[in-house]
Design a protein around this ligand. Structure first.
Ligand SMILES: Nc1ncnc2c1ncn2[C@@H]1O[C@H](COP(=O)(O)OP(=O)(O)O)[C@@H](O)[C@H]1O
Ligand SMILES: CC(=O)N[C@@H](CCC(=O)OP(=O)(O)O)C(=O)O
Length: 260
């Protein structure tokens, strides 16, 4: 089977021009088939505030009312996605920018209200059109996917970018040996979130549970690891969580392990 590297890059990297450019340089240099899933949560926060709207995150996911959906559609599907594509084109990577609605790539269902949270226009993916992505990759293009999906009835939905990367990787595992890399603004999973020298080299689900219980792992790292372990259990060959400039360094960052 052919290899494919799926990279997810988060808003912490993209909100800063220098880190964004450093990441894109490293991504452009990756050899072989590749695909990029991007977030942009922190940029969405900035634009929401500029427009007088209040960001509302619960357990790492954004409560998305109608106004917020309009802003995230513009920020993720427009500004961030197209800037990434243009930057990659300048590096001779033939990127093609897509949301989950384009080519019917990802269909999702509106997340039901739970624990008293009305999520609004948040989508949980139920179907990924892996064949279309496979065709694009096969043509030598590099899909760049924004964290927006659709319900098949005309409504766009906001979907967590870590979840997008996971479902895309799992769906493409039918066609490729997939390596999934979460690139972000820390060196990896850390025992001390303020110390980039405290990288945990390998983590399994028991280790994750322990670090979560002790409070060493918190906030955005919880949903990231939850979706990453789901992908590992569904047959993704290798999953790494690593600093944005080190994606091609096999030894850098944290590698997820199946329970022994
Ligand atoms: N143990 C940990 N190791 C590294 N980062 C952690 C840890 N616990 C919490 N975090 C936080 O998780 C953040 C990454 O999650 P998130 O902001 O959702 O990422 P992204 O930028 O990829 O969207 C880090 O910036 C860090 O503040
Ligand atoms: C439903 C939901 O939470 N959607 C996310 C999508 C963007 C994202 O995940 O961006 P990062 O990777 O930069 O965090 C949000 O709007 O924040």
């Amino acid at each position: 089977m052919k290899n494919l590297t799926v990279v997810k890059v988060g808003g912490g990297v993209l909100e800063n021009e220098e880190s964004s450019s450093q990441f894109l340089k490293a991504f452009a240099a990756l050899e072989g088939n590749k695909l990029l899933v991007h977030g942009g949560g922190r940029l969405a926060d900035q634009y929401l505030l500029k427009l007088g709207l209040k960001p509302n995150m619960v357990n790492g996911r954004r409560v998305t009312d109608k106004d917020t959906l309009e802003v995230v559609t513009m920020v993720y599907g427009g500004l961030v996605n197209k800037q990434l594509v243009a930057n990659l084109q300048s590096r001779k990577v033939n990127a093609i920018g897509l949301t989950g609605a384009d080519g019917n790539l990802i269909v999702s269902v509106k997340r039901p209200s739970d624990d008293g949270v009305d999520w609004g226009f948040v989508g949980d993916p139920i179907e990924v059109n892996a064949d279309t992505l496979n065709d694009l990759v096969g043509q030598g293009t590099v899909p760049v996917i924004a964290p927006l999906t659709h319900d098949g009835k005309g409504t766009l939905l906001n979907t967590n970018a870590d979840t997008m990367a996971t479902v895309v990787s799992v769906a493409l595992a039918r066609h490729y040996e997939v390596t999934l890399i979460f690139a972000f603004d820390k060196a990896g999973v850390l025992t001390d979130v303020d110390d980039d020298n405290s990288v945990v080299e390998k983590i399994d689900e028991a280790g994750f549970a322990e670090m979560k219980a002790s409070g060493q792992i918190h906030s955005g790292m919880i949903p990231k690891l939850e979706s990453a372990f789901e992908a590992l259990n569904e047959g993704i060959r290798k999953i790494r969580i690593v600093g944005f400039a080190n994606i091609s360094n096999e030894k850098a960052g944290t590698t997820l392990q199946l329970e022994k």
